[in-house]
Design a protein around this ligand. Structure first.
Ligand code: S3P
Length: 435
């Protein structure tokens, strides 16, 4: 039903999806455990580390900063912490590749180290806005140069002092960058969010023995606390799981079980939307690791219906919107899906609003693009030729939508799924060819 070669994939229509699946380690959590391990005292051993290229970029940056990183296999990463303020000046510019999280979080660490570092990335990352971290890190005492507020960043780090800061956009990356910098600062760093975002950094700080106060949307960390290395297991990535959930929700007669997946409440909003869209979703938390709940999602199609994603929900499911767009295309004719308040989608790995609209439309969908979202009026897709636009989540969203089309879909640049989900197309084939 499917042919995937290095950079293009051909996805054929599928009847239903069924089976059990394990997803790669959570990307957000993997970055955080590696970064905290690097600045901790003593060794850190991470199992289930994300197999994606983004998290490999974080490890490569850490190695260039003098951190010993071993990857003995099976998704295990062993890091010898260099302690607070212990990173070394790299000999060459750091490469964050496609990873915004790498760039923004590593910038928080570099801001506190007394040397100059240049950090850049690929063409997509080079278009992404960095003022959101440059401005507060500069206020803390770093000097950061960037043309037009975009990568590459030239960071001259040094002694930092704590600040109180309310980011303009809800962003877990900005919050995390400031909290990591704040660990190295004198005094206290306070981040006041306008809306809640994923809280993995807060949980990871606690797991590494750092005291952090959280009262509502206010996070506070006292500088000078030394993280302590430890062993941790990364849960499966719910953002990768979301594509299987959508496939199951959108193809009648489907049932998919995802085991070992992270069920942190700051990431599960997508499941609430899927329930509103008619899917039958069950979750069971069976254990916790480092403060992160881990369990199973079981999802079957139910009776798909129209749904909207409200602006207040957006920060909690920003990465799942391409998948939810794919669900919009799989709904019965006459149903609609709509999301507003999601202008941030325009500054992700691609302009996800226009690239999604273009791709779904090329497959036969009726899509309306808004400055801050999109609307899909469901009608049968015929398939066609689409471009992943260098964006892993778009490649996966198009692949899921393609399963519901009447004809095949060629996805150009599909190899980009390796950013977060190597093996995605093999799993798609397995889940849609099981009887
Ligand atoms: C992430 C936060 C989100 C998300 C990204 C990962 C993180 O970005 O889109 O994929 O790990 O903190 P923003 O902080 O820019 O919203």
């Amino acid at each position: 039903m499917l042919r995937a070669s290095g950079h293009a994939a051909l996805v054929r229509p599928a009847q239903r999806a069924s089976g059990r699946v394990l997803v790669p380690g959570d990307k957000s959590i993997s970055h955080r455990y590696a970064l905290l391990g690097a600045i901790a005292d003593g060794p850190t051993r991470i199992s289930g580390y994300s197999s994606g290229a983004d998290c490999a970029a974080t490890l490569a940056c850490l190695q260039a900063l003098g951190v010993s990183v071993q990857t003995p296999g099976n998704g295990t990463v062993a890091i010898t912490g260099r302690g607070l303020h212990g990173l070394e000046q790299p000999r060459a510019p750091l490469d964050a590749a496609n990873s915004g999280t790498t760039m923004r979080l590593v910038a928080g660490l570099l801001a506190a180290h007394p040397f100059r570092t240049v950090i850049g990335g690929d063409a997509s990352l080079s278009r992404r806005p960095m003022r959101r971290v440059i401005e507060p890190l500069t206020r803390m005492g770093a000097t950061i140069a960037a043309e037009d507020g975009r990568p590459p960043l030239t960071i001259d780090g040094g002694p930092l002092h704590g600040i109180t800061y309310a980011p303009e956009v809800p962003s877990a990356q900005v919050k995390s960058s400031l909290l990591l910098a704040g660990l190295h600062a004198t005094g206290t760093t306070v981040v006041i969010e306008g809306a809640p975002t994923r809280d993995h950094t807060e949980r990871a700080f606690t797991a590494f023995g750092v005291t952090l106060s959280r009262v509502g949307l206010k996070m506070e960390v006292a500088g000078g606390q030394r993280p302590q290395g430890r062993a941790l297991a990364v849960p499966g990535d719910i953002s990768g799981a979301a594509f299987w959930c959508v496939l199951a929700a959108g193809l009648p007669g489907s049932r998919v079980e995802i085991d070992g997946v992270g069920l942190n409440p700051s990431r599960t909003a997508v499941l609430d939307v899927l329930r509103r869209a008619g899917a039958v979703v069950e979750t069971v938390v069976n254990h916790e690791d480092a403060g992160e709940p881990i369990g199973r999602i079981t999802i079957s199609a139910g009776e798909p219906c129209s749904f909207t994603v409200s602006p207040t929900e957006v920060p909690m499911l920003i990465d799942e919107l391409p998948a939810l767009g794919a669900l919009g295309t799989l709904l019965p004719e006459g149903c609609t899906m709509e999301v507003r308040g999601a202008a941030e989608l325009r500054v992700k790995e691609s302009d996800r609003i226009s690239a999604l609209a273009r791709g779904f439309a090329a497959m036969g969908a009726d899509v309306t693009e808004y400055a801050d979202g999109f609307r899909i009026a469901a009608r049968p897709l015929r398939g066609g030729q689409v471009d992943a636009s260098g964006d892993h989540r778009l490649a996966m969203a198009f692949a899921v939508a393609a399963c519901g089309a009447s004809g095949p879909t060629a996805i150009d640049g599909a190899g980009v799924v390796d950013v977060s989900y190597p093996g995605f197309f093999q799993e798609l084939e397995r889940l849609t060819s099981a009887r």
